[in-house]
Ligand binder design. Structure first.
Ligand code: PMV
Length: 339
């Protein structure tokens, strides 16, 4: 082991989240300020673990994702660490290793858990001890949905009004334990998406004739989802979540050129979920900027849902999860070698 590996290291875990009321569109691309609020659930089975050690011998940050250097991701990591250097007034670079227990960039929210874990580890390593809402704000700079992964259970991300983004932060709505929903994710394609969410959002805002209608309706969907969650009204949450997912995809399809994240298996899974619900199973779907279908259900429905989705042609893998906690962090005397 060389000397730099023996430095104290912060090790954070953050879990993926996905939105039930979707975020699509930015009011400021540089600060990653959303044009709409969103409501999400944090999962317990999909997570990123990030280790971060400050190292005065470094002349720049060193970032590895799953044991490999990635120039594009490194630039985003360093830009975020610049904020921590400014806040702590310490011009020191960091050795950062990160690993996901699920595929990166395939619509399974790796940027959300990734940036939430990075911010949580950096907060500890730079000795800032920021409150969660400030960590949420910093995570948002990495990726909009990352602001939500700071918290567990049911989470609301606020659009905010300020130009500096101080109020574009997430807050917890309800603990996972108070409504322990289950999730079955049908993975049909593990490859990276062709058009990333940032590019997709910018194209949609610039070219869709329906963009203003999407932004204008969002407060209604947020209110309906808040009420459904507080009342633990599964039917109402199913209605608003499916509407939000289909509206987001309809909007993305209406961009020019249109964005089509579904494949054949996606569409078939949506039909299966609706058939299951018609047959009395408590389940609804949502889909993000990729082909995977996320089926959200009451625990008693999850085996039937998993069985039905496993049977859809093109579904390669199922990931099952409960709802999870917010990002957490510990300090260790040295870095583990990446797995
Ligand atoms: O945070 P980003 O830039 O990865 O965007 C997330 C966009 C969606 O996943 C499609 C919707 C959402 O609210 O998470």
């Amino acid at each position: 082991m060389n000397e730099s590996e023996a430095r104290p290291c912060a090790r954070a875990t953050a879990r993926a989240n996905f939105a039930l009321v979707k975020y699509w569109g930015k009011r400021d691309a540089a600060l990653n300020l959303p044009d709409v609020g969103s409501i999400s659930i944090t999962l317990d089975a999909l997570w990123t673990e990030t280790q971060l050690a400050l190292d005065p011998s470094l002349e720049r940050d060193r970032f590895e994702l799953s044991g490999r250097h990635d120039a594009r991701a490194s630039a985003r990591v360093s830009a975020l660490l610049d904020r921590f250097r400014a806040l702590s007034r310490r011009q020191v670079f960091a050795r950062v290793t990160s690993a996901n227990n699920f595929p990166t960039g395939a619509g399974l929210a790796s940027s959300a858990s990734g940036f939430a874990a990075l911010v949580t580890a950096a907060d500890r390593a730079f000795g800032l001890d920021l409150p969660p809402e400030r960590r949420s704000e910093l995570a948002r700079l990495g990726s909009g949905s990352a602001a939500r992964s700071i918290f567990g259970g049911f989470v609301e991300m606020h659009r905010g009004e300020r130009v500096d983004g101080r109020d574009a932060i997430a807050e917890p709505l309800m603990d996972a334990a108070r409504w322990p929903l289950q999730v079955v994710i049908a993975v049909s394609d593990r490859s990276q998406k062709a058009v990333g969410s940032t590019e997709g959002m910018v194209r949609t805002a610039e070219t869709s004739p329906f963009y203003a209608g999407w932004v204008g309706n969002q407060p209604n969907d947020l209110e309906a989802a808040r009420r459904a969650i507080q009342g633990r009204d599964f039917e109402a949450l199913a209605r608003v979540s499916e509407a939000s997912a289909l509206t987001m995809h309809g909007l993305a399809m209406s961009a020019r050129p249109g964005l089509l994240y579904f494949n054949a298996a996606t569409v078939e899974c949506l039909h299966r979920v609706r058939q299951l619900r018609a047959a009395g199973h408590a389940v609804f779907f949502t889909v993000d900027a990729g082909p995977q279908v996320k089926a959200v259900c009451l625990p008693e429905a999850s085996d039937a849902v998993a069985e039905a989705l496993a049977d859809v042609p093109g579904v390669r893998e199922l990931v099952r999860s409960g709802l999870g906690a917010g990002a957490d962090c510990g300090v260790f005397d040295r870095m583990d070698r990446p797995a």
